[in-house]
Design a protein around this ligand. Sequence first.
Ligand code: ATP
Length: 465
Amino acid sequence: MPEPQTILIVDDEKDFSRGLCRLLGQRFPACRCIDADSGTRALSILENRRISLMLTDLRMPSMTGDELLTRVLAIDPNLSVVIMTAFGDVQTAVKTLKSGAYDFLLKPLDNEVFFRVVERGLERNRLLCENVELKSLTKSRPLSPSLIGQSRVMARLRETIATVAQTNYTVLIRGESGVGKELVARMIHRLSPRAKRPMVTVNCPAIPSELLESELFGHTKGAYTGADASSKGLFLSADNSTLLLDEIGDIDPTIQTKLLRAIQEREIRPVGSTTPTKVDVRILASTNQDLEHKIHDGAFREDLFYRLNVLTIDVPPLRERSQDIPLLVQFFILRTCREMSIEEKEIDPDVLSYLATKTWPGNVRELINFIRRLVLFSRGKRITMSSVSLVEGTGNLPTDHPTGITPYKQAKADVLNQFTRTYVTDLLEKTSGNISEAARQSGLGRVSLQKILRRMDISARDFRK
Ligand SMILES: Nc1ncnc2c1ncn2[C@@H]1O[C@H](COP(=O)(O)OP(=O)(O)OP(=O)(O)O)[C@@H](O)[C@H]1O
């Protein structure tokens, strides 16, 4: 559970600050609210506990609000400071914004404006703190795939993963495309006693039906035309480990029958052989399809469904856990900047808030691709709303040119380069860095693809899992 956020109110009129504390307690019951009657008292509180938001009066006898602002930001630069002032002091209040105040409020306070400013100030502090935590977490370690997210659903998902990882049961992982089903499978394997051996993944729809049986169960030499040597198949490769049957909903009914037998009997029969071989494989299966509907239509075997569905994990779509989006965004910015070997970019809090309101039908995968484009399109160190407009196609291309117009040739080359980079990174992401597969799916020759990768300084190895 995240620590509750604390709000500090500083005002020499004690009744006023206590009244505000009561109001805030009713509106934000999950937050703590404390009050201080002077700047000195506020500083000593800040030195001893973590405060997310400070609201301070501007005119106080011993230390003014703007002096206090400078001193508190030296202690905690992430603190959101809101200056409260009477109408006559508006100019001074505006000046405090330049010194780092987050916002200012005019007295007498309008309750709705007050609540809105407090809510945004708390959100800003939460995002900045998460960013700091994320940076310290990832500073020394490579950004290995792990489930990012602090929402309640994500916490529950991690607990479920940890529990099922200790068992040998078959797990059916369900959820829309791009939600992270494969990542969940990887985590189950990584936390399981089988983690010493690599997990084997079969992307079922990527293998033609007539080859799937031999891919899964292997074949003997001469089992069919072209079988020049025997092959052990993916089940045997996953012996003592885990086999992920990705997109199980798409497999052919004849393979479904053979798969059912392999799971029930815990043995396989290679194509062309009459002798069964015992295997010890933990099965994980994933699907984005409505299997119950497929059973109803006769396209999926009900008995196989029950064999696979011993335990179910539902991975919720991103729109149902939008609280996770800011953290995911920050993580993917870090990862993209590292992939591109460029200095880490900062993102404006209003961009984070905006991205959290989008519905992301392609889920986390769509978010990753969006962030790649955002990093590419943003010039300089900051990612702002204007970079978002560019990515969403509503803005003009950025230019460093003194006239504000980039010469046509250069502008065209920029766009082409950006397109190529985005295209090949998407391609390598989808094919897990497999060059032959990427060349096949894109219709590019292998050599041409490799030339592009060299030119763009992109390494296929970075996309291998
Ligand atoms: N919570 C998360 N934290 C970090 N990365 C994530 C998270 N969820 C998903 N991803 C990343 O999003 C991308 C898509 O995830 P994944 O391939 O696991 O989705 P999927 O549900 O299996 O998709 P599909 O159904 O299309 O195969 C991957 O790069 C994965 O590492």
